[in-house]
Write a protein that binds this ligand. Structure first.
Ligand code: NDP
Length: 388
């Protein structure tokens, strides 16, 4: 019998939903690159239900208890006395979502001698110390592509809301006002602007595809160049480095994983090379940017706006400076946890668990670490510190 320790965010303050805004979800057959959606043998939830909160349990309880395993679900994840830390020493599998991550530090991995598998119900496994997972022989897997389009939609929303000054204008309405000039003194059209992505993977490319009809100039930097037909189809300008690309851009969207190459990339120096009044959208990971440098750039006018949904740590403390900095459009970490995305990553988590318990290979595209090394998507998109 295995102990599965699952960290999920709290239920809504009004309680677990009894009804939903919509009846069901659109049926998707495949992801845009042809990859199949998750293929578990069965699911024990209704698509469109809230699955990422504690009572939703990712729809896993019936399946896991049916196999005789123990499932612990908690939102109490931080601090030595947390429920998470109490159960970690004999957990075989840890599951958490990037929106509310169970930080699997090297210290915690050292306290978990039975740990074999860390599943990210979502995308982005930087909350796991990958070097420590490699050393401890822990497999790390995530549900590649499950919410990439969800995030791309959020990025497009945030670009438009920043450039057009949507949020302050909405606030006018809430406040009972009608001062048009207050709303439009920072409002522009996106048309004709130069928009670039740092990384053109599943999210970055989807953002470019969605923005192409807006008649903007599209740019990208990625470690690997896209096929020439894709560049031609979207009229994409490829740049040799982030540093070379940034001075050309009015809008920058960050879509790379957090790993040693990207950590702290956007510091004061790099931000100073951007056009004055550029917008920076970061739904990738907070630590790719220097927290205080972003605040300084907004205050000085170097950045006209910053938006995103990723913070460090998560949950963000009440006094986090990004809550109160000027011209921001931050949300909590929600872009990849729409009800649509939850259905896919709950099913993908079940697929990974079925593979694990049946002893069959986990899909290569889901793997980040396996067999003591970066594997699958991890080997392509991440870097680890060389083993000592
Ligand atoms: P992909 O793996 O499809 O894309 C990541 C891309 O980043 C790859 O093309 C990779 O290049 C590229 N890359 C890696 N290192 C660098 C670098 N140093 N400079 C430039 N490009 C680099 O992942 P997704 O697009 O699905 O997701 C990207 C990230 O977005 C995730 O890692 C996660 O951190 C974040 N995310 C956020 C979510 C949210 O809710 N806010 C939800 C989902 C993801 P290559 O593969 O060619 O080496």
């Amino acid at each position: 019998m295995a102990k599965i320790l699952c960290v999920l965010y709290d239920d809504p303050v009004t309680g677990y939903p009894k009804t939903y805004a919509r009846d069901g979800l659109p049926q998707l057959e495949r992801y845009p690159d042809g990859q199949t959606l998750p293929t578990p043998s069965a699911i024990d939830f209704t698509p469109g239900e809230l699955l990422g909160s504690v009572s939703g349990e990712l729809g896993l309880r019936t399946y896991l208890e049916g196999l005789g395993h123990e499932l612990i679900v908690t939102s109490d994840k931080d601090g030595d006395d947390s429920v998470f830390d109490q159960h970690l020493p004999d957990a075989e599998i840890v599951i958490s979502q990037p929106f509310f991550p169970a930080y699997l530090t090297a210290e915690r991995i050292a306290k978990a001698p039975n740990l074999k598998l860390a599943v990210t119900a979502g995308i982005g496994s930087d909350h796991v110390d990958l070097d420590a997972a490699i050393d401890a022989g822990v497999t790390v897997a995530e549900v590649t592509f499950c919410n990439s389009i969800s995030v791309a939609e959020h990025v497009v929303m945030m670009i438009l809301s920043q450039v057009r000054n949507y949020l302050p204008s909405h606030q006018q309405v809430l406040d009972g006002g009608w001062n048009i000039a207050d709303c439009v003194e920072r409002s522009y059209d996106l048309e004709g602007m130069q928009v670039g992505t740092v990384a053109a993977g599943r999210i970055g490319l989807a953002v470019m595809r969605r923005l192409a009809p807006f008649d903007v100039g599209l740019h990208y930097y990625d470690k690997y160049r896209l096929p020439s037909e894709v560049e031609a189809e979207l009229n994409l300008t490829h740049h040799e480095s982030v540093q070379e690309m940034l001075p050309h851009l009015d809008v920058v969207t960050i879509n790379a994983p957090l790993h040693p190459e990207t950590r702290g990339l956007f510091d004061d120096e790099l931000l100073s090379t951007m056009k004055r009044g550029a917008y920076l959208i970061n739904t990738a990971r907070a630590l790719i940017v220097d927290r205080d440098a972003v605040v300084r750039a907004l205050e000085s006018g170097q950045l006209a706006g910053y938006a995103g949904d990723v913070w460090y740590p998560q949950p963000a403390p009440k006094d986090h400076p990004w809550r109160t900095m000027p011209y921001h459009g931050m949300t909590p970490h929600i872009s990849g946890s729409s009800l649509s995305a939850q259905t896919r990553y709950a099913a993908g988590t079940r697929e990974i668990l079925e593979s694990y318990f049946e002893g069959s290979p986990i899909r290569d595209e889901y793997l980040i670490v396996d067999g003591g090394e970066l594997a699958g998507t991890g080997a392509r998109s991440y870097t680890a510190t060389a083993k000592s």
